[in-house]
Ligand binder design. Structure first.
Ligand SMILES: [Zn+2]
Length: 378
C-alpha cells in the first residue's frame, strides 16, 4: 500500500532558485506538449502519443531549449506523464474530467522526482540537490521510499510529499455503521447524533480572509499594493487550509476508527468549487478533502466508504414516514407536511444517507466491499 508523508522544506536561496527552475521547466514541458498536441490534432488529426513526445525532449535540449538540461530529466518526463494522465482521464468518459488546461506561473507549483529520493541527517536528497535540502522531519516515514513531489504554495512556502510503500494493519471491526450529512453551519452531522462543528478559529480566519479578498479586489491591477495584498491573501488562505486540513484529518480518522461502513452524500464539489461566495468555496474544499481522506483511509484500514448519489433527496425525505417535503435551503428545522413530525434537517438527512448507503451495501451494488467508494444515482 502507498502512503504519503508531507514535510515543509527550508531551501537556501541558491536551492530555491534551482527549485524555481524545476517548477518552471516542468511547467514548460507540460504547456509545450499540451499546445503541440492540440495543434497536431487540429491540423494533422494526430492523436496524443506520450512516448513519441518523450523522445522529443532530448532533441529539444540539443536545439532550441538547451536550458532544459539544468534540471532533473526524470522530472521533465514525469511532467509529460502527468499530462498523459490528464488526457487519459479526459478520454475516460466515466470520470467526466475536463480537457487538460495550461498551467499558470501564478498558481501552486509542483514537480515530481520519480527515483533516487533519500532523507539523510535532516536533509532531503534528490538528483541535482545532492548537498540536500533542509527538511522539517516531524515524523518518520515507514516503508520504502518510492518517489517525491515538491511543491511551492502561492505564498512561497516549499513542501515535499514523500510516497512510501508500506504495510498497514487493518483496524479492528466495531460492528457500527454511520451516515454523514456535510453542511455549512455544522461541518458534519452523524446519523447517531454526533456533530463536528466548524472550528471557531477557522471561522475567524475565514472572516479575515474574506475581508482581505475584498480589499484585494479594490486594488489597481499591476500595482505594488495589489501584489502585497495578494501575498497577504495567499498567506491567510494557506493558514485556513492548514487548520482545516488538520481538523478534517482528525475527523476522518475518528470515523474510520469508530465505524466499519461510512455512508456519505456524493456532493458535486467540482461544480461548487466555481462558487463565488468565499465561505462556501472553502467549505467545499473541506468537503472534497473529507471525501478523499475517507476514501484512502478506508482503503488503508479495511473499512468501507459508500457515496450515495447526489440526486438522492436526503434532506427532503422524512426519515420516519418517507414523505418528500418541499423545503427551502434555509430551513434548519421543519415540520413534515405529511405526519406533522418536527425534523432537524441535518440529522434527518444523515439518517436518510445512512439507510440509503446500507441498502446499496447490502444489495451488493457496492462491488468491492473493502475500501469501496461507489457513486450511485437514483
Ligand atoms: Zn413525516
Amino acid at each position: 500500500m502507498l502512503k504519503a508523508y508531507k514535510y515543509r522544506l527550508f531551501p537556501t536561496q541558491e536551492q530555491s532558485d534551482l527549485l524555481a527552475k524545476h517548477f518552471g521547466h516542468c511547467r514548460f514541458i507540460y504547456n509545450h506538449f499540451l499546445g503541440k498536441s492540440i495543434t497536431e490534432f487540429k491540423e494533422n488529426n494526430r492523436p496524443w502519443n506520450r512516448f513519441e513526445y518523450q523522445s522529443e525532449i532530448p532533441k529539444m535540449k540539443k536545439t532550441n531549449q538547451p536550458w532544459l538540461k539544468e534540471v532533473n530529466s526524470l522530472s521533465l518526463q514525469a511532467s509529460l506523464k502527468n499530462l498523459d494522465t490528464s488526457f487519459k482521464n479526459f478520454f475516460n468518459q466515466k470520470l467526466k474530467a475536463k480537457f487538460p488546461s495550461f498551467k499558470s506561473r501564478r498558481s501552486k507549483q509542483s514537480f515530481s522526482v520519480p527515483q533516487n529520493v533519500r532523507i539523510e541527517k535532516g536533509k532531503l536528497i534528490i538528483p541535482k540537490f545532492l548537498e540536500g535540502i533542509r527538511i522539517c522531519f516531524h515524523r518518520r516515514t515507514s516503508g520504502k521510499i518510492r518517489s517525491a513531489t515538491l511543491s511551492r504554495t502561492a505564498d512561497g512556502i516549499h513542501y515535499v510529499s514523500i510516497l512510501c510503500e508500506t504495510e498497514i494493519q487493518a483496524l479492528p471491526k466495531t460492528g457500527k455503521t454511520v451516515g454523514i450529512d456535510l453542511g455549512l453551519t455544522t461541518l458534519a452531522t452523524l446519523s447517531d447524533g454526533l456533530t463536528f462543528e466548524n472550528h471557531r478559529t477557522i471561522n475567524e480566519f475565514e472572516k479575515k480572509l474574506a475581508q482581505a479578498q475584498r480589499h484585494l479586489s479594490r486594488k489597481t491591477k499591476g500595482s505594488n499594493r495589489r501584489e502585497k495584498q495578494r501575498l497577504k491573501v495567499a498567506r491567510l488562505y494557506h493558514k485556513v487550509s492548514n487548520i482545516r486540513n488538520d481538523y478534517t484529518h482528525k475527523m476522518t480518522s475518528y470515523l474510520v476508527e469508530n465505524y466499519d461502513v461510512i455512508c456519505l452524500e456524493d456532493l458535486n464539489t467540482q461544480g461548487m468549487l466555481r462558487n463565488h461566495k468565499l465561505a462556501k468555496h472553502i467549505s467545499n474544499v473541506a468537503w472534497g478533502r473529507i471525501k478523499e481522506q475517507l476514501k484512502y483511509k478506508s482503503d488503508w484500514y479495511g473499512k468501507t466508504t459508500i457515496l450515495v448519489g447526489r440526486y438522492f433527496a436526503s434532506s427532503k425525505l422524512d426519515y420516519e414516514c418517507g414523505h418528500k417535503n418541499e423545503i427551502s435551503l434555509s430551513d434548519r428545522k421543519f415540520t413534515c407536511q405529511s405526519c406533522g413530525r418536527m425534523i432537524d434537517r441535518d440529522l434527518n438527512a444523515a439518517k436518510n444517507i445512512h439507510r440509503e448507503g446500507l441498502k446499496l451495501y447490502s444489495t451488493g451494488t457496492v462491488e468491492n466491499k473493502r475500501g469501496a467508494i461507489v457513486s450511485h444515482s437514483l
